[in-house]
Design a protein around this ligand. Structure first.
Ligand code: 13P
Length: 342
C-alpha cells in the first residue's frame, strides 16, 4: 500500500474548501432522473449531459474530485479526448463508483446489501490504469418498523471495509458511504441513533480490516428528520445533531467528511453544511464538506432539458451550486448569495 500517496490524495480532495461532485448515477438512476426532467433516456443523452458537466467553466474552482460511472470513465469526445482527460484538464481528480448497487438481503425484509466485491481487485486495477484516483461505494440503511437490524448494519459494514481495503491496496482512496435513508416518517432522534450505530459498526470493521484512516473519506448522511416527518428541525438543530453524531463516531485521523445530499434541496444542503462549519469551526478534527449529486446537479438538469441551446445556462446553474457549497464549506454561505446575479 502506498500510504503517502493515499494520504496525499485524500488531503487533496478536501483542500481549499472544495468538495466532491457525484456524477456517478447508474444507468437506471440516470434514466429515472432524465425521465422526471422530460429528457430522452439514451446513451447519447447521458453522454451529452456528462460532457456538459465536466466542461462547465470554473467548476474546478469549487470541485476537487468528480465521481464517475463506468460508462462515463470510458467515454471520449468525437475529437477523441477522453472524459478522464477533460476532468483532469479542469483541475479535478477523477473518481469511480465501484459498487454494483444494493440488493435485498434474504430473510431480512426491507433491508439491502450492496454488491460488487467479486472481481473488485481486477476492476480497481483497470480503473487505476484509466486514471482514477479515488472511489465510492454506497451502502444503504433503511429506517422502518423493526429495522435496521444489527445483521444488516454488520453485513454492510463488513462489505464497506472489504471494499475500502481493496481500494487502498490498489492505490485508490476509498470514499466510504453508509447512507441512512431519509425516506419515511422517522424523527431526527431516530436518525441520530441509527447513524451512530452504523458509524460505530463501520469504523470497527475498517479498523479490523486494516484500513488506513488517513487515506480514506467518510460520506455520511446528515442527521435529519425523514422527508415525511411532520416535525422538521431547523438548520441549526440539524447541524448540531449531525456534528455531535460525527464527533462520537468518526476518528480524528480521517481527513474529511463529505456529505451526500440524499434528496435535500440545493439551498438546504448548502445552509446545513454552512451551519456546521460556522457553529463548530474550531472543534472539527476533519474537513466537513460535500459530495453531492442532486443538490448540485438538479437545477442544471432542469434547465438543460436535453437541448444544446440550454447548455450555457445549465452550466451556469451547475457552477453556481458548486460555488454555493464551497462557500458553505468555508462557513461563508448566506441565502442572499442565491439571488445575487453573477
Ligand atoms: P445525492 O447527493 O443525490 O444523495 O447523491 C450522492 C451520492 O453519491 C449517493 O451515492
Amino acid at each position: 500500500m502506498d500510504t503517502a500517496k493515499l494520504k496525499e490524495t485524500a488531503a487533496q480532495l478536501v483542500a481549499n474548501h472544495k468538495g466532491l461532485l457525484a456524477m456517478d448515477e447508474s444507468t437506471a438512476t440516470a434514466n429515472k432522473r432524465f425521465s422526471e426532467a422530460g429528457i430522452a433516456q439514451t446513451q447519447a443523452m447521458r453522454e451529452a449531459y456528462r460532457h456538459l458537466i465536466i466542461t462547465t467553466p470554473g467548476l474546478g474552482d469549487s470541485i476537487s474530485g468528480a465521481i464517475l460511472y463506468d460508462e462515463t470513465i470510458r467515454q471520449k469526445t468525437p475529437e477523441g479526448a477522453s472524459f478522464v482527460a477533460l476532468v483532469e484538464k479542469a483541475g479535478i481528480l477523477p473518481g469511480i463508483k465501484l459498487d454494483l448497487g444494493a440488493k435485498s438481503i434474504p430473510f431480512f425484509p426491507g433491508e439491502k446489501i450492496t454488491e460488487g466485491l467479486d472481481g473488485l481487485r481486477e476492476r480497481i486495477a483497470e480503473y487505476v490504469a484509466m486514471g482514477a484516483r479515488f472511489a465510492k461505494w454506497r451502502a444503504v440503511i433503511t429506517i422502518g418498523d423493526g429495522i435496521p437490524t444489527s445483521t444488516s448494519i454488520e453485513l454492510n459494514a463488513q462489505v464497506l471495509a472489504r471494499y475500502a481495503a481493496l481500494c487502498q491496496e490498489g492505490g485508490l482512496v476509498p470514499v466510504v458511504e453508509p447512507e441512512v435513508l431519509m425516506d419515511g416518517t422517522h424523527s431526527l432522534e431516530r436518525c441520530f441513533e441509527v447513524t451512530e450505530r452504523t458509524h460505530h459498526a463501520v469504523f470497527d470493521q475498517l479498523s479490523k480490516q486494516g484500513v488506513l484512516f488517513e487515506g480514506m473519506l467518510l460520506k455520511p448522511n446528515m442527521v435529519l428528520a425523514a422527508l415525511d416527518c411532520p416535525e422538521q428541525p431547523g438548520v441549526e438543530e440539524v447541524a448540531d445533531a449531525t456534528v455531535s453524531c460525527l464527533l462520537r463516531t468518526v476518528p480524528a485521523a480521517v481527513p474529511g467528511v463529505v456529505f451526500l445530499s440524499g434528496g435535500q434541496t440545493g439551498g438546504l444542503a448548502s445552509a446545513r453544511l454552512n451551519a456546521m462549519n460556522v457553529r463548530f469551526r474550531a472543534r472539527l478534527p476533519w474537513a466537513v464538506t460535500f459530495s453531492y449529486a442532486r443538490a448540485i446537479q438538479q437545477p442544471a438538469m432542469d434547465i438543460w432539458k436535453g437541448e444544446a441551446a440550454n447548455v450555457p445556462a445549465a452550466q451556469k446553474a451547475l457552477e453556481h451550486r458548486a460555488r454555493m457549497n464551497r462557500a458553505a464549506r468555508a462557513g461563508e454561505y448566506t441565502a442572499d448569495m442565491e439571488t445575487v446575479a453573477d
